[in-house]
Design a binder for this molecule. Structure first.
Ligand code: F6P
Length: 552
């Protein structure tokens, strides 16, 4: 059994860190004019500059050794070959097959899943064309104008992120809305904007049992029944699910159910029919481009030497900071409004995948796994939390995502790019107390005031960041970018020897919810709850009673 932290390759990194810890990146740039070209690479329309990291030419080779020692190559082969990498659920994780345009068979339990995948894509094409050409009509004969996706987690975040990011590629007057939160305020907001006669609801749920999704679906059906009394509501609902029986029981005919399979994890499902809202908005051809972009990244990941492999390098840099610089979080800051929901999607992708504590053998690991993913779009974040990045004491590796070409009419691109670059430069450069003092004196501060203020205005610098520079946010490039992060997360999980494809922690919350819900309606509160939970249930019941008395 290989224990990561007892590997000689790990110890070599520990020793190396001691030599790097006090190095100045600025000095390294001065001493090595090739540092930028040495530590950057391009894959299609994505350029990665990782030169502003606390690394020397020795660092990555040492990290590659660690990756080899933890059998990364074999684990990558297992992923692509459809072996049961999700070992607690004994399932493969074949999201890469979903975006593979080639017909080479991939067999799962005697079934060629490539045939199923391509048939599902064809079904999506036919359906999107029917909607777009107004051949699909609502109960009163109106063509569909509003699409409402009802889903949560992977059945929501991926399609919402991509639909928003690709707004410039939306084809015509269709409008797309997303409902995920069980708080009916979310639902109310959407209901105000839609025409019941011209709305298609997509119930998106792999399990077709998720409480939030099914509650919202039931409420929306009741709402529609009220709005269109006596009408046949069948054309207003389609489902995307792996649970055909449950969807049929709910009332959706088989012809209106789009498949999902056990071997697709929820957070990796946007490439399947879970991406239906995206396909409806940008058209099936552009949706296929989205898949092709991801496939191109899959091929790059699979076939490229670690030294030029973008997901591998990003993953190993993350490992470098988490384990050797005690970083606990990772910020993702896209300087484009188009990627406004990218961070939210990544949070599920990364934290649901790698927020784990047990290794392959069911033993607790003695190191931190997945970082806390956070961030905000730039420049918004600059005026909120960047202060901590510049002068706070946390080690926060950052991915700045910049976009070369805007798809928008009003072009603020130069300012956006300058903003992102200046943040990365400021983090690198910092400001010494002497520089701050000089600046204050030049601005006519007295010597006494300048001396007092200078330490407060000094900025440590030598802080790392990656710059991911996208040529433009297109369906193809978005697919590639998302697949890049999926593989980065996979590589980290592989090194940590954890299962990146299950989410048992989420299940416990789901188990504990029904008894609490029962106690909210029952007279008695189950004393098996801890005292805090019992007290809070009682507190809520009191509030409810007070409201009732008030209303009388
Ligand atoms: O959050 C847990 C989870 O199981 C996610 O992995 C999944 O994306 C989400 O719930 C929604 O599940 P479903 O698609 O089955 O409704």
């Amino acid at each position: 059994m290989t224990i990561l932290t007892s590997l000689p390759e790990w110890r070599a990194l520990l020793a190396h860190q001691k030599t790097v810890a006090s190095c100045s990146m600025l000095l390294a740039f001065k001493n090595d004019p090739t540092r930028f070209t040495r530590f950057s690479l391009e894959q299609g329309d994505i350029f990665l500059d990782y030169s502003k990291n606390r690394i020397t030419p020795e660092t990555l080779p040492l990290l590659f050794n660690l990756a080899e020692a933890t059998l990364l190559r074999k684990k990558m082969d297992d992923l692509f070959a459809g072996r049961a990498v999700n070992f607690t659920e004994k399932r493969p994780a074949l999201h890469t097959a979903l975006r593979n345009p080639h017909a080479n068979p991939v067999m799962i339990q005697g079934v060629n899943i490539m045939t199923d995948i391509h048939a599902a894509l064809q079904k999506m094409r036919e359906f999107t064309e029917q909607i777009r050409q107004h051949a699909w009509r609502g109960a009163t004969g109106k063509p569909i104008r509003d699409i409402v996706n009802i889903g949560i987690g992977g059945s929501h975040l991926g399609p919402m992120m991509a639909t928003h990011a690709l707004r410039a590629f939306h084809l015509d007057s269709l409008r797309c809305h997303f409902i995920s939160n069980i708080d009916s305020a979310h639902l109310q907001e959407v209901l105000q904007e839609i025409d019941p006669e011209a709305t298609l609801f997509i119930i998106s749920s792999k399990s077709f049992t998720t409480l939030e999704t099914m509650t919202n679906a039931n409420t929306l059906r009741a709402w529609l029944q009220e709005k269109l009394p006596g009408k046949n509501l069948t054309p207003h609902f389609v489902a995307v699910t792996a649970a055909f029986d449950k969807a049929r029981e709910w009332g959706i005919p088989t012809s209106q159910i789009f498949p999902l399979w056990e071997w697709v994890g929820g957070r990796f499902s946007v490439w399947s029919a879970i991406g239906l809202p995206v396909a409806l908005m940008i058209g099936m051809d552009a949706f296929l481009e989205f898949l092709q972009g991801a496939h191109k990244m899959d091929v790059h990941f699979q076939e490229t030497d670690f030294s030029q492999n973008m997901p591998v390098i990003m993953a190993l840099l993350g490992i470098w900071y988490i384990h050797f610089f005690a970083a606990k979080t990772h910020a993702v800051i896209p300087y484009t409004h188009q990627l406004n929901y990218f961070r939210a999607h990544l949070q599920q992708l990364d934290m649901e995948s790698n927020g784990k504590s047990m290794n392959h053998h069911g033993e607790p690991v003695d190191y931190l796994t997945g970082p806390i993913i956070w961030g905000e779009q730039g420049c918004t974040g600059q005026h909120a939390f960047h202060q901590l990045l510049h002068q706070g004491q946390h080690v926060v590796p950052i991915d700045f995502i910049l976009v070369g070409e805007s798809t928008e009419e009003f072009n603020h691109q130069d300012i956006l790019i300058a903003s992102g670059l200046s943040q990365a430069e400021a983090l690198l450069r910092g400001k010494t107390t002497a520089e701050a003092y000089e600046e204050l004196r030049k601005n006519n501060y007295s010597e006494k005031d300048a001396r007092q203020l200078a330490p407060h205005q000094s900025i440590p610098g030598n802080r790392s960041s990656n710059i991911l520079f996208l040529k433009k946010v297109t369906p193809f490039n978005l697919g590639a970018l998302l697949a890049l992060y999926e593989h980065k997360i996979f590589v980290q999980g592989a090194l940590w020897d954890i299962n990146s494809f299950d989410q048992w922690g989420v299940e416990l919350g789901k188990q504990l919810l029904p008894p609490i819900l029962q106690d909210l309606t029952n007279g008695k509160i189950n004393t098996e709850h801890d005292a805090s939970t019992q007290g809070l249930i009682q507190h809520y019941k009191n509030l409810r009673e007070q409201k009732k008395t008030h209303e009388k």
